[in-house]
Design a protein around this ligand. Sequence first.
Ligand SMILES: [Cu+2]
Length: 148
Amino acid sequence: MRRSFCRIAFAFPVFAAPFPAFAAPPSAVTVSGCWIRSMPGDTPSGGYFSLMNISDNPVDLVGVSTAAFGMSMLHQTQSSGSTSKMVMLEKATVPANGTLAFAPGGYHVMFEKSEKPLAVGSTIPVTFKFSDGSTVQVPCAVKDAAGR
Ligand SMILES: [Cu+2]
């Protein structure tokens, strides 16, 4: 089973390089409550979740990937007055023994170039990569544009 999973994972060359799939240490960070706001057509979809770091050192989220989308970026929405804009982030730091929320209006993952339309109510596996070299894969719930 592991061997066939490996072959499937490496069939996506965009994601193949950075993951030491069987050598990664257990992660100090857990991911919970992950969901994706599925948008029609080519509109980017936001990804939201909570990160909890149980170690005594800060850990950075450095990347997110899923076979369901061709591109995944870390974004932060920044508001000033009546305008808001999104900036791209290299990383997002989860404080030692602390949490970091990715939520509408703040930190989020921007998923672009969906491979095919996502079914609302389904889940897709998403892999989170951290600065300590660990990776975590969790199922993310697909919700509609209203977040339901
Ligand atoms: Cu964004």
